[in-house]
Every structure is written in structure tokens, then in C-alpha cells.
Write a protein that binds this ligand. Structure first.
Ligand code: BES
Ligand code: MN
Ligand code: ZN
Length: 499
């Protein structure tokens, strides 16, 4: 990963192979750069529109041989996400130019909290933007940008923020790597091995159930979906004990169907290759745990990742079958392609043993959610107003937006079973909501469900820091949420100590 430094000093003094500076629409460059930027601005070649760039060589009176202007758009609509994109644009341009280092003037006014947040976002943007999944390209571009320096006088705060930003990015990059990996390598056992490595790195407790363990635990949804697969299912449990002993944990649950063919209710051929991404929820949860460990968050966090393939076969489950899930509820199979909710239901009822403070699950669960929100937001459903708004806030802050969808009682009616308690599909209409309503049946704690079918991966580049392929979402949202919980728990501790 790229190194991020911080430096102060005047812009003329900064000595880097490329100095990038963001400019808002209609605004001129700082005084020191007036000479260098005069011609390109007065000729109207650069307006400051978001995403626009202008490269200036041998700029007047500057130690850096190249100056890159990066458009930041309107000042009034500027957010941390604009900054992530701008930083990504600068870092990627430097790499395209085959440079070893580049500097980026951190566009921030405001106090130390704003500086730290801006440094985090700039570091995240650069690291996320520079990502590429090229391990299977036999002539991969090996050239990488070495150092990206953030220019700001508050070097300490900026360096600290950049360090955090890189850890947040690392969470998403791990999630991307796992999800981009094809299903012939990214098997349930492969993910389990990654989970063990995270646990090892950060002193977490790992419990990995194999097929026999899954059956013994009564995780029948997972056992049933995974029954006909040669690559056996796994159930992963990671426990991070960062908080007080016995303090109720936050539980993260991630769907990890390493390949979803639909099973006996087999999917059409077109686009089926994308179903290697059907483990993106699990990938995001493992990515988030990486950051939970590296940031040493002072709370208790548990990750549950049910992992399996969904394949047809002589031993596969079939439409019409009835099974008893981990919770004891029975479900009638309408379609073997609604497999995600079966394995999540087991994980959600497994989560009860922790008497959790909150549970957040994420899953590429329904095409219907993709249809409803497009690829611009994850679907968000839940049973607790406070938790819902925490997740919405974390989504905004991280740039991994989530939009609330309803869980009316009528959706639950739609999935009442004929021969069993529930059926695993409520039909075409309201497909994202009936899936959410299904999951709700297995929760008795504050819970939020994120449907990431539209946001977990992209067929073409989504924005400057989100290339084609797995986005890593919602790993950074989850970490942002957990950081919020950590701050609150520390405030709680301080109050407790004073009392
Ligand atoms: N993994 C799919 C959902 C999906 C579809 C994710 C497209 C990403 C892109 C899920 O297992 C599935 O097949 N869902 C069905 C449910 C239906 C059969 C009730 C769907 O959405 O069609
Ligand atoms: Mn499916
Ligand atoms: Zn699926």
C-alpha cells in the first residue's frame, strides 16, 4: 500500500515530483501559485468542476516540477467524499505518470477535528483509488506510487489522521481482495483461513465450524444450502474482546455465498459470473474486523460469517423441501435461489447467545434491492430507530450510503408458509422487503440489515476511488459505526470513573 506522509511549509517549498491542489469552482489559486496557474485559469481550460484536472509543467517559483489542479466542485456542496475522490484522482494521475511520489495540498479550513477527518479521507481516497486486482494478469503493471504526502501545517494531526485513514482503507481493500477473488480459489475454507489470520494478527478468538460442526450446532440452513457442494461450508466466529468483560458485544453478520448458481432453481447464464461476489457481505465483515483489530477499538465485537456455495447436484435441496432452521422455526423452500436468508437466519439466531447490544448484517441479498435503489445506496432495514439512524450516519460519513426501506407487517404476512412457519420467498413484489421481513423473524435484539446487492461490486468504475469490481462496501461503514460506538463507550467509562 502507498505510504502517506505529512509535511508543512509553503507551497513553493514543497518538493515532490507532483504537487496537486484542489480548487473549487470559480475560485482562484492561492497567492503563491497565482503566476503558475494564471494562464490555465484565464484561458478557461480549468473551471474547478469536480473531477476536472489540469497539469502544469515547470510552474513558476516552485520546487515541484509539476502542478496538478484538481476540481473540487462547488464549495457549498463539498464533503469528505469529494475529498476522497479528489485525492484518488491526484494519486492515480501520479501513478499514470510513473512517479514515485506526489504531494496533495489538504483542502481544509477549521479546527483540529476537521483536519484529522480531512487527512483520514484523503489517505483513504488515495489508497482506495490506487487499488487494482491484477494478481491474475501475467503482465501486470508493477509500477506503484511510493509516497503520497499531505501538505498542511498541522503535521502531527494530519499524520495521525492519515494513519487512521490507511487502516480504514485497508479494511475495504481486504474486502475487495476477498470478493474479487474467483470462487475457484475463494472457497469457504479459503475465507476461514483469512479469518484465522485476522484473529492471529490481533489476538482475537476464532472458532471455525466445518460441515460436521455446522450440523452439530443445528445450523441447518447453512448445512442444507451447502449440502451438495464439494467445497464444504464453514461457519466463522471471530471475537474481539476490546471492551469490558461481559459488556454486550456488537455482532456483525455477513453473507458469504462463495458462488450462487441458484442451485436447483438455477440462474440464467448471463451475468452468472458475477455470483462470485455473493460473498461480499462476509468479505466486508472480515475487512471490518481487520480494522477493529488494527485500530484496537475499545469495545467487544463478534463477527459471524456463514460461508457456502449454492450449487445444484444429486444431493441438493429442492423447491418444496421443508427444513428446521437453527432457531427452531420451519421454512418451506419456494426457490433454492433464496439461499442467503437461510444461512443468515441461522447466523442471526446463533447471535442471540451473545445477548448483543446490536447486530448488523450485510448481504448481497436481493436483485429487487438493486432494482429499487440502483447502485447508489445499500438498502437498510431494521427494528430499532436508534440503531437505524447510527447506521445511516455511518453511511453518510464513510461515503457508503444506505437508504432506509420499510418493514411493514404486511411484508411478514407475505412470507407466511403454507406447510411450514415461513416460506423463503414472498414473490417478485417488494422482494427486498420480504427478504428483510424474513430475517427479522430471527432477531430479538436491536438489528439492522443492509442489502448490498447493488453496491458491493461494479461492472465499471463507480467513482475515482471505486474501480470496477468489488467495492469493499460496507466495510468502511461498519468500521465508522463501530468507531462511533467506541467513542460513546469511552465517554461512558469516563462518566463511570468520575461517579
Ligand atoms: N445473490 C442473490 C441476489 C443478487 C442478485 C445479488 C443480483 C446481486 C445481484 C440472491 O441469492 C438471490 O438469488 N435472490 C433472489 C431471491 C428471489 C429468488 C426470492 C433474487 O433476488 O432474485
Ligand atoms: Mn440466490
Ligand atoms: Zn445469493
Amino acid at each position: 500500500m502507498v505510504r502517506i506522509d505529512a509535511t508543512g511549509g509553503t507551497l513553493g517549498e514543497v518538493s515532490s515530483e507532483l504537487l496537486a491542489i484542489g480548487l473549487h469552482k470559480g475560485e482562484s489559486a492561492p497567492q503563491e501559485l497565482a503566476g503558475a496557474t494564471g494562464p490555465v485559469l484565464s484561458n478557461g481550460d480549468f473551471s474547478g468542476k469536480e473531477g476536472e484536472t489540469a497539469l502544469i509543467y515547470a510552474p513558476d517559483g516552485m520546487a515541484s516540477p509539476r502542478l496538478l489542479l484538481v476540481g473540487l466542485g462547488e464549495r457549498t456542496s463539498f464533503t469528505l467524499d469529494t475529498l476522497r475522490r479528489a485525492s484518488a484522482i491526484a494519486a492515480k494521475r501520479a501513478r499514470t505518470l510513473k512517479l514515485d511520489d506526489a504531494a496533495f495540498v489538504l483542502p481544509v479550513s477549521g479546527g483540529s477535528a476537521a483536519r484529522v477527518a480531512a487527512a483520514e479521507a484523503a489517505a483513504e481516497g488515495a489508497a482506495l483509488g490506487l487499488y487494482r486486482f491484477d494478481r491474475y494478469k501475467t503482465n501486470a503493471q508493477s509500477r506503484e506510487l511510493g509516497t503520497f504526502t499531505l501538505v498542511h501545517d498541522d503535521e502531527d494531526k494530519v499524520a495521525g489522521g492519515a494513519g487512521t485513514g490507511l487502516k480504514l482503507a485497508a479494511a475495504a481493500l481486504l474486502a475487495r481482495d476477498l470478493a474479487n477473488e474467483p470462487s475457484n480459489t475463494a472457497t469457504p475454507e479459503y475465507l476461514a483461513e483469512k479469518a484465522r489470520q485476522i484473529a492471529e494478527r490481533y489476538g482475537m478468538q476464532a472458532t471455525i465450524l466445518d460441515r460436521a460442526g455446522i450440523e452439530a450446532e443445528g445450523l441447518n440452513g447453512l448445512a442444507t444450502v451447502g449440502r451438495s457442494a464439494t467445497n464444504e461450508p464453514r461457519f466463522m466466529v471471530l471475537e474481539h474482546h476490546g471492551g469490558e468483560d461481559g459488556a454486550p458485544p456488537v455482532v456483525l453478520v455477513g453473507k458469504a455465498v462463495t458462488f450462487d448458481s441458484g442451485g436447483i432453481s438455477i440462474k440464467p447464464t448471463t451475468g452468472m459470473e458475477d455470483m462470485k461476489y455473493d460473498m461480499s457481505g462476509g468479505a466486508a465483515v472480515l475487512g471490518a474486523m481487520e480494522a477493529v483489530g488494527s485500530l484496537e477499538l475499545p469495545i467487544n465485537v463478534v463477527a459471524l460469517v456463514p460461508a457456502t456455495e449454492n450449487l445444484p447436484g444429486g444431493n441438493a435441496f429442492k423447491p418444496g423441501d421443508v427444513l428446521e432452521l437453527h432457531s427452531g422455526k420451519t421454512v418451506e423452500i419456494v426457490t433454492t435461489d433464496a439461499e442467503g436468508r437461510l444461512i443468515l437466519a441461522d447466523a442471526l439466531s446463533y447471535a442471540r447467545r451473545y445477548e448483543p447490544a446490536a447486530v448488523v448484517d450485510c448481504a448481497t441479498l436481493t436483485g429487487a434491492c438493486y432494482v429499487a435503489l440502483g447502485d447508489h445506496a445499500s438498502g437498510l432495514m431494521g427494528n430499532d430507530e436508534g440503531l437505524i439512524s447510527e447506521i445511516q450516519t455511518a453511511g453518510e460519513a464513510s461515503g457508503e450510503r444506505a437508504w432506509r426501506l420499510p418493514l411493514f407487517e404486511e411484508y411478514t404476512e407475505q412470507i407466511k408458509g403454507n406447510t411450514a412457519d415461513l416460506k423463503n420467498s414472498g414473490g417478485r413484489y417488494g422482494g427486498a422487503l420480504t427478504a428483510g421481513a424474513f430475517l427479522k423473524e430471527f432477531t430479538d435484539y436491536p438489528w439492522v440489515h443492509l442489502d448490498i446487492a447493488g453496491t458491493a461490486y461494479y461492472g465499471k468504475q463507480k467513482n475515482a476511488y471505486t474501480p470496477r469490481g468489488a467495492s469493499g462496501a460496507p466495510a468502511r461503514l461498519l468500521v465508522e459505526f463501530l468507531r462511533g460506538r467506541s467513542r460513546n463507550s469511552q465517554v461512558g467509562n469516563l462518566i463511570g470513573e468520575e461517579a
